[in-house]
Write a protein that binds this ligand. Structure first.
Ligand SMILES: [Cu+2]
Length: 575
């Protein structure tokens, strides 16, 4: 069965089958359903990240314009902290349909640190993906597509056989792990629940009457300390890692219903129907404590050796979320910059961070809805949020931005590693991240109907260009304690500051052209980071920003290797 029979594709928007990008409605005759996998939250190379234009049809019959020569064989390095990741389709213009059809799943990454914490595990650790759906009367999935379902009349007729993308999609059935309003029988003990909002547009404000949640993690891994919470807000694409304790005798034999109280569209839309979208699933505390199996699990405090800290940004960007209408009068949410205004996905790249640099992105939401903004490649740190005057804001004029009141630090649950963050209407969210792989990625709203049309933009991490020209290479590497460069081509290797608390600059230069690899070893010789790899031009100064996040306080060796030999410098990391 062709996807066009089951889920109606809107040919008026830019999608995998568009003949000339987003020009006109001419559609290619594809042999099958285009798809491309994105590992959400994954630290992936650009070629393995699942760029929306890297799609292909079965057997690689047809390929998107950004298709890489890996033939769809992706590499996941898993070189990041334990976290609840997920993978899903990301095909340009039909992501909402492919995900709705089921192309989404968990990707759970573990590490020894987390394994040793003593968290509830095995059958007491349960991933739960929440997705709202609609159905035809015969039980088949229905994805709404009819022009009559648009909130307002079209300004000009749309030549698509009555098919259209809609501003949002809200289902009246709530599915957890593919089942409508399921129940889970539990023992009177602690459970670890990994929650994922895999819905198109619906936010959830979750509560379990009479029971607290202990949140231990967010998108990119563990929080610093567990947070006791009675409500859990989760936007599309976000993950929450929580522990729920069912051991209180008052709960034994009870059926507890996980409820939702988030408005849709969030935060100013309709309240959920308490009989349908207001209910998620049930927990029945009916299984006797498994005989002989004592609940030895704990809620450790703290959860991490040190707080997640991204270093100081070297560049700041002002980015904007817009809401407008297209030529037919349909809602069209978009991204852009404060300087240049709104831009289609296909317009040239405007965000080009340099490799291995930290940038701060200010994301201004001028619309009336909250948007969960997702950056590929990175885990960002939320710096703060602040209100601004949307009425005074003039598109294309950054000087029109009028901030209101004080900037607020993120709430504790948003202070960890994030890859998706809810930006509220009339607010700017400031986030910072280390862009540590080169290549083409995307950032977008994770409301799937928005990302398909047209709330997504590319960004490209480019080669480092900040070699400091004209600086005299007079500084000796006085702190070098080993130097076995036979031909002595190394002119300089400096680390400052050293000891390092968060980010340090590693400067080096060579007398001859060379290929060089800069690596950080621990004292056992294990490589813990590779901050630079590439060709070096003679007599130029290179400068690399190194973020020690993830490295415990200790002494390390910074090693630079060339064809001619190696040189070393001691690097001390302090907490
Ligand atoms: Cu959005």
């Amino acid at each position: 069965m062709c996807i066009r029979d089951r889920f109606k594709i809107d040919p008026s928007i830019h999608w995998a089958g568009s003949v000339n990008g987003d020009e006109g409605h001419e559609v290619k005759d594809l042999s099958g359903i285009p798809a491309i996998t994105h590992l959400h939250g994954g630290h992936s190379e650009a070629a393995s990240d699942g760029h929306p234009e890297a799609w292909y049809t079965p057997g690689l019959e047809e390929r998107g314009p950004q298709f890489y020569d890996n033939n769809g064989l992706f590499t996941y390095h898993n070189d990041q902290e334990a976290a609840t990741l997920w993978y899903h389709d990301h095909t340009i213009g039909i992501t909402r349909l492919n995900v709705y059809a089921g192309l989404a799943g968990f990707y759970i990454l573990r590490d020894t640190w987390e394994d040793n914490l003593g968290l509830p595990s095995g059958e007491y650790e349960i991933p739960l993906v929440i997705q709202d759906r609609r159905f035809y009367e015969n039980g088949e999935l229905y994805y709404p597509y009819k022009i009559e379902e648009l909130e307002s009349q079209l300004e000009k007729p749309l030549d698509t056989d009555g098919v259209t993308v809609l501003p949002e999609m809200f289902g009246d059935f709530i599915l957890v792990n593919g089942k409508a309003w399921p129940y889970l029988e539990v023992e009177p003990r602690k459970y670890r629940l990994r929650l994922l909002n895999g819905s198109d547009s619906r936010f959830y404000d979750l509560y379990l009457p009479g029971v607290m949640f202990y949140q231990i993690g967010s998108d990119g891994g563990l929080l610093n300390v567990p947070l006791e919470r009675n409500r859990l807000l989760i936007g599309p694409g976000e993950r929450l890692d929580v522990i729920v304790d069912f051991s209180a005798p008052v709960l034994w034999g009870q059926t507890l219903i996980l409820k939702n109280n988030a408005r849709s569209p969030f935060p100013f839309g309709e309240t959920p129907n308490p009989r349908t979208s207001g209910q998620i699933m049930a927990f029945k505390v009916t299984i006797p404590m498994d005989e002989g199996v004592v609940d030895n699990s704990i809620i450790p405090n703290p959860l991490r050796p040190d707080a997640f800290q991204v270093g100081e940004p070297v560049n700041k960007r002002q980015l904007v979320l817009f809401e407008g209408t297209d030529e037919y009068g349909r809602l069209k949410p978009m991204l852009g910059t404060a300087e240049e205004g709104r831009m289609d996905f296909t317009e040239p790249v405007t965000e080009r961070p340099e490799y291995e640099t930290v940038e701060e992105w200010e994301i201004y939401n001028t619309t009336a809805d909250a948007h969960p903004i997702h950056l590929h490649l990175v885990h960002f740190q939320v710096i703060n949020t602040q209100k601004f005057n949307t009425r005074k804001f003039v598109e294309g004029d950054p000087s029109s931005i009028q901030l209101i009141g004080q900037a607020k630090p993120p709430s504790e649950e948003n202070a960890g590693r994030k890859d998706t963050f809810i930006v509220y209407p009339g607010e700017v969210a400031r986030v910072k991240a280390l862009f540590d792989k080169e290549g083409l990625y995307v950032w977008h709203c994770h409301i799937l109907s928005h990302e398909d049309y047209d709330m997504m933009r590319p960004f490209e991490v480019i080669k480092k260009t900040t070699e400091v020209a004209g600086v005299e290479n007079t500084t000796e590497t006085s702190t070098s304690f080993i130097n076995d460069l036979s031909a002595e081509p190394l002119e300089k290797l400096e680390i400052s500051p050293n000891p390092v608390k968060d980010v340090t600059r590693i400067k080096f230069s060579f007398k001859i052209d060379s290929k060089a690899v800069l690596q950080i070893h621990d004292l056992s010789g294990k490589v813990v980071a590779t901050p630079f790899r590439g060709a070096i031009t003679a007599n130029r100064d290179y400068e690399i920003l190194f973020d020690r996040t993830g490295l415990p306080g200790s002494t390390y060796i910074c090693k630079i290797s060339t064809n001619d030999g190696r040189s070393y410098e001691k690097l001390v990391v302090v907490e």
